[in-house]
Design a protein around this ligand. Structure first.
Ligand code: KG4
Ligand code: ZN
Length: 340
């Protein structure tokens, strides 16, 4: 079964082709491409929705043809189109979903609408197989921070989430306070190498609350005051910048890691997946491996290119719907706000 995946929910245009066997639930990725709009949005300090839609409109049609050519497949061999139907930016989603519907009509191919976060949740399956159910996934991106219990395909319960900013958003906003470009996560991570995590005494928000929720807006405010009290960002030398970056990264990662492992133990599901853009962070990965190993929790990480937005995870999630016996729904729409 050949599935074309399409992703246009935010600032990445992506197309992938997955070939799966519905008898076994196994398969392989045949081709994929991702075009990031980050440079276009960087000069505005964040994603501009209208600009994102226009960029998707330009990038998507030639990318679909190029990915099909890469896999040497004509449209007549495609069995399904899986497309991100939400959540995300309405205009951006409409580009992908309208394209998918049109291609489906022209080539007589059914279309599977996929929840973007379900794509992230199932992404480790692209590397071979999904962990045994139930498992816990920490989804950490620029827009979301949540802990999800996965009991099977389509059976997801959110067991913890941020009450304010997402972890990636905290990286991005704190980076901005340090005068670093967007997106701030990779910039902070780079700068944090060789920094003293403890120097500025940044808080670890919600760590001692006996729940699985997160809060990151207070950390961003603490960064703002720490910079101000130290004489403003202009007075920071390279070491002070490094120490501040290490403090930000350390605080965010410590909270994410401790709460995720706590979730696995509490839910009696000692298998943890991390996904979303922030999961590419190396400090997060190494802290997680260390703590998880000491607590007997198995860690499953998608390939870094499948942690950030991509279409392989959308094609794979569509395939898993089919494997679970579901089919293309008759009626559906692009849904910018869609709970998991
Ligand atoms: O999943 P993603 O690509 O897009 C969505 O938000 O859906 O995640 C992007 C977020 C941004 O906030 C970015 O700063 C963060 O992931 N990020 C990182 C790293 N790479 C990307 N944060 C920390 N460390 C990184 N290495
Ligand atoms: Zn995402």
């Amino acid at each position: 079964m050949i599935i074309v995946g399409i992703e246009t929910s935010c600032d990445e245009t992506a197309v992938a082709i997955y070939e799966g066997d519905v008898a076994t639930g196994k398969g392989e990725l045949l081709a994929e491409q991702v075009a990031s709009q980050i440079e276009t949005h960087a000069r505005f300090g964040g994603v501009v929705p209208e600009v994102a839609s226009r960029e998707h409109l330009l990038a998507l049609p030639p990318m679909v043809e190029s990915v099909l050519a890469e896999a040497s497949l004509p449209w007549s061999r495609v069995d399904y189109i899986a497309v991100t139907a939400g959540p995300g930016l309405m205009g951006a989603l409409l580009v992908g979903t309208s394209y998918a519907r049109a291609a489906g009509l022209v080539h007589n191919i059914p279309v599977l609408p996929v929840h973007h976060m379900e794509g992230h949740l199932l992404a480790p399956g692209l590397a071979g197989a999904l962990p045994e159910f139930p498992f816990i996934t920490l989804l950490v991106s620029g827009g979301h921070t949540m802990l999800v219990r996965v009991d099977g395909i389509g059976s997801y319960s959110v067991i913890g989430e941020t009450v304010d900013d997402a972890a990636g958003e905290c990286f991005d906003k704190s980076a901005r306070l340090l005068g670093l470009p967007y997106p701030g996560g990779p910039e902070v991570a780079l700068l944090a190498k060789g920094g003293d995590r403890k120097r500025f005494g940044l808080p670890r928000p919600m760590l001692n609350r006996d729940n699985l929720d997160f809060s990151f807006s207070g950390l961003k405010t603490a960064v703002m005051y720490a910079v101000k009290n130290a004489g403003g960002i202009e007075s920071f030398d390279l070491q002070a910048m490094k120490d501040m970056a290490a403090g930000i990264e350390g605080s965010i990662c410590e909270v994410l890691v401790k709460k995720s492992v706590r979730a696995c133990l509490r839910e009696d599901a000692p298998r943890l997946v991390i996904a979303g853009g922030v999961a590419a962070n190396q400090t997060l990965r190494s802290m997680l491996f260390k703590l998880a190993e000491s607590k007997g929790v198995e860690v499953h990480l998608p390939h870094p290119k499948h942690c950030t937005d991509n279409a392989a995870m959308i094609a794979y999630a569509g395939f898993q719907h089919l494997f679970a016996g579901r089919n293309a729904p008759e009626e559906w729409d692009a849904t910018p706000r869609w709970t998991l």
